[in-house]
Design a binder for this molecule. Structure first.
Ligand code: NAD
Ligand code: MN
Length: 476
């Protein structure tokens, strides 16, 4: 397997302008295994200009049916290379191989979905009265910058690039410094499948070095970002200068609400993976669990028993459910949260330590008695840590749920239909699941309320978000 190591601009591999490189560490072994080019501001300019040329040179005017055919070819190519993509993802971020395979498939599925969608997507004719008629057009924007994080590098790159390209835009994709390999592979494979040169650029590099240049480039018409709330806020500020369009998918502190009338045994057995999957590095992690008091103790007992059974270890092993954290820094951040929880007297029902001497591993950790003001209860941890609390009153519990500045996802467990509907309406978040923890469906909009973000990924909502809406009035 050859590892990509350069920038991907205008359909070819390029050395960066100033020859800077990022070294990649395998989080499962702590060994450095590759070096990848890091883009500079000059490379950002070259990539954006290449994208603009490709846009004006034909991609924006290509018939939707032709874009559909190319994107289907990209999807087929990604499926052919599913195992290779999965292995690259595993190496760079320590993702368990079985998850990495599923996510490679999800990336391909995004291209299939938007390939099919774009030929069924258009404007409307509107009844404006006698004397004329009115129609709308959905027009591509131009160059779109897609900035993606390290926790789901490949699927998020695909769920941004596929709808942006389907809608007729050209893309500059910036992966996180920790995870450039699968994004670069996407650029290469898409071109091999027939995407014209310049339609998709991939620029690895540190956000601090090239983020501002990319976000403020006058030819970039939209920035689609997934990552921290802090950087999301900065991108929105920078974009405000020339009123660039932004979509932001940011942090979360999602609730998992379990009522006594639910199949709470199943809830308890499935809930650990709703927070510990991807070693907790998931913006949708159900990290605050609210359990109705009458079932609190047996629920916690089952939850902890299920947590102890999780397989933590080598991501290359098919049976592994939790790999290491992505970096030493990420583990240090999570351990600061745990130190704070200890200081404040939280009870550790399990976990809290390092299970392996090598690799950035951390045991899945269950906290009880966290105070509502504690950092572990209020802040996004982005690690394998959950806090569980008991509640007595539905209305009071919902006030507490909604007091979070976040509102990304959440789960509700109940067999009472009225309650399921009432609570689904009341929880302030963009995505909810009832009697399930499933949050991401290619066909359905994904994104947050409040400080969890702005705009939506996935579904037809994402396709709309990569177009400008034009209204034309024609006199009779
Ligand atoms: P981040 O927000 O710093 O990075 C996300 C992406 O933005 C990366 O590609 C990064 O290179 C880029 N970036 C960084 N600075 C930038 C800038 N000034 N301008 C433009 N782009 C910039 O996230 P992180 O540091 O990798 O992770 C920190 C925290 O972010 C995590 O602990 C977690 O709380 C949160 N996070 C959330 C998600 C999510 O899915 N919502 C994903 C990853 C991280
Ligand atoms: Mn950062």
């Amino acid at each position: 397997m050859t590892l990509p190591s350069q920038l991907f601009i205008d359909g070819t591999w390029r050395e960066p302008a100033d020859e800077r490189r990022i070294s990649l560490t395998n989080p499962a072994t702590e060994a450095t295994f590759a070096e990848v080019a890091a883009a500079d501001v000059a490379d950002v300019n070259a990539a954006v200009e290449s994208a603009q040329r490709a846009w004006e040179g034909g991609w924006r005017d290509l018939a939707p049916g032709k874009r559909e055919a190319v994107l289907h070819a990209v999807a087929r190519k990604l499926r052919e290379h599913q195992e290779e993509i999965a292995r690259l993802e595993m190496l760079q971020i320590g993702k368990p191989i079985s998850d990495a395979r599923d996510e490679a498939g999800l990336g391909a599925r995004c291209f299939e979905y938007y390939a099919g969608a774009v030929t069924k997507f258009g404007g409307q004719t509107l009844p404006v009265g006698r004397g004329g008629f009115d129609f709308t057009l959905r027009q591509p924007m131009g160059v779109v910058a897609c900035i993606v994080p390290w926790n789901f590098p490949f699927p998020i790159a695909c769920w941004k690039a596929a709808p942006a390209l389907a809608a007729g835009n050209c893309v500059v994709l910036k992966p996180a410094s920790l995870s450039p390999l699968t994004a670069l592979k996407l650029g290469e494979l898409a071109c091999e499948a027939g995407l014209p040169p310049g339609v998709l650029q991939v620029l690895p590099g540190a956000g601090a070095a090239i983020g501002d240049a990319l976000v403020t480039h006058p030819l970039v018409r939209k920035v689609s970002f997934t990552g921290s709330t802090e950087i999301g806020r900065r991108i929105m500020e920078l974009a405000s200068r020339d009123l660039k369009r932004v979509s932001l998918e940011l942090g979360g502190k999602s609730p998992n609400i379990v009522f006594a009338d639910a199949d709470w045994q199943r809830a308890a057995e499935t809930s650990p993976m709703s927070v510990f999957a991807n070693t907790g590095q998931d913006c949708c992690a159900r990290s605050r669990v609210y359990v109705e008091r009458s079932i609190f103790e047996p629920f916690v007992e089952r939850f902890v028993a299920a947590t102890r059974k999780l397989v933590v270890g080598d991501p290359a092993n098919d049976a592994t459910q939790l790999g290491p954290l992505v970096s030493a820094g990420q583990r240090a951040t999570v351990e600061e949260f745990l130190a704070d929880a200890r200081k404040r007297g939280s009870q550790f029902a399990c976990g809290g330590g390092r299970p392996h001497p090598k690799g950035y591993y951390l045991e899945p950790t269950v906290l009880l008695d966290a105070g509502k003001g504690d950092r572990c209860w209020r802040e996004e941890i982005f690690g394998p840590v959950v806090a569980i609390t008991a509640f007595d009153d539905e209305a009071q519990m919902l006030r507490d749920v909604n007091s979070s500045p976040y509102g990304l996802s959440g789960s509700i467990w109940t067999n009472n239909l009225s309650r399921a509907l009432r609570v689904s309406r009341a929880v302030q978040s963009g995505v909810l699941s009832v009697n399930s923890h499933s949050s991401v469906h290619v066909e359905a909009p994904f994104g947050g309320f409040k400080q969890s973000g702005l705009g939506r990924d996935l579904g037809l909502a994402a396709l709309e978000g990569y177009t400008e809406l034009k209204n034309v009035y024609v006199a009779e």
